[in-house]
Design a protein around this ligand. Structure first.
Ligand code: NI
Length: 172
């Protein structure tokens, strides 16, 4: 298990459309473990494989870790099979868009199908933070960032702030 560096916008590799895994083998389980380590090291609650430069449809998430106990969940080849018309708004952030937080509207409830780390098909009905987080991470698999959901003006302000922070980090 190892912590891998997380790509940040506007890195073009974040725009890659991830490919299906198909079958969960030991290599994918190693990827899941590295992703969980990388997510915890960066103090995040979710991570898609493409964020560490591996364009495969794998997501890890842990919404409980703020409470101190680690309970990482893996979602392989996730698909949304149903989404509510009702929407919910959350302030979203992203390890690939550090220090930027913006409100995003998304379907409030979803049904989703995925493979777990044992390769078993799982069905999940989600609402609240879990529904938002899953949709945010699944966007990464299509090369979409949460800032792609906000206005152009807000997006360019966010990217400017980000590149300024990057420059400061490189010089400081
Ligand atoms: Ni993200």
């Amino acid at each position: 298990m190892s912590v891998r560096p997380i790509l940040t916008a506007p890195d073009p590799r974040l725009k890659a459309v991830s490919t299906d895994v198909g079958a969960v083998d030991d290599e994918i389980r190693r990827l899941i473990d590295d992703m969980a380590d990388s997510m915890y090291a960066a103090d995040g609650i979710g991570l898609a494989a493409v964020q560490i430069g591996v364009p495969k449809r794998v997501i890890v998430m842990d919404l409980d870790q703020k409470s101190g106990k680690k309970n990482p969940r893996a979602f392989v080849d996730p698909k949304i099979t149903w989404a509510s018309e009702e929407t919910a708004t959350f302030e979203e952030g992203c390890l690939s868009v550090p220090e930027i937080w913006e409100s995003v509207d998304r379907p409030a409830r979803i049904k989703c199908e995925y493979l777990d780390r044992d390769g078993k098909v799982q069905l999940l009905e989600a609402d609240g933070l879990l529904a938002t987080c899953l949709q945010h991470e699944m966007d990464h698999l299509e090369g979409v960032l949460f800032i792609d959901h906000i206005s152009k003006l807000k997006r360019s302000m966010a990217l400017r702030k980000l590149s300024k922070a990057k420059r400061l980090k490189e010089t400081g």
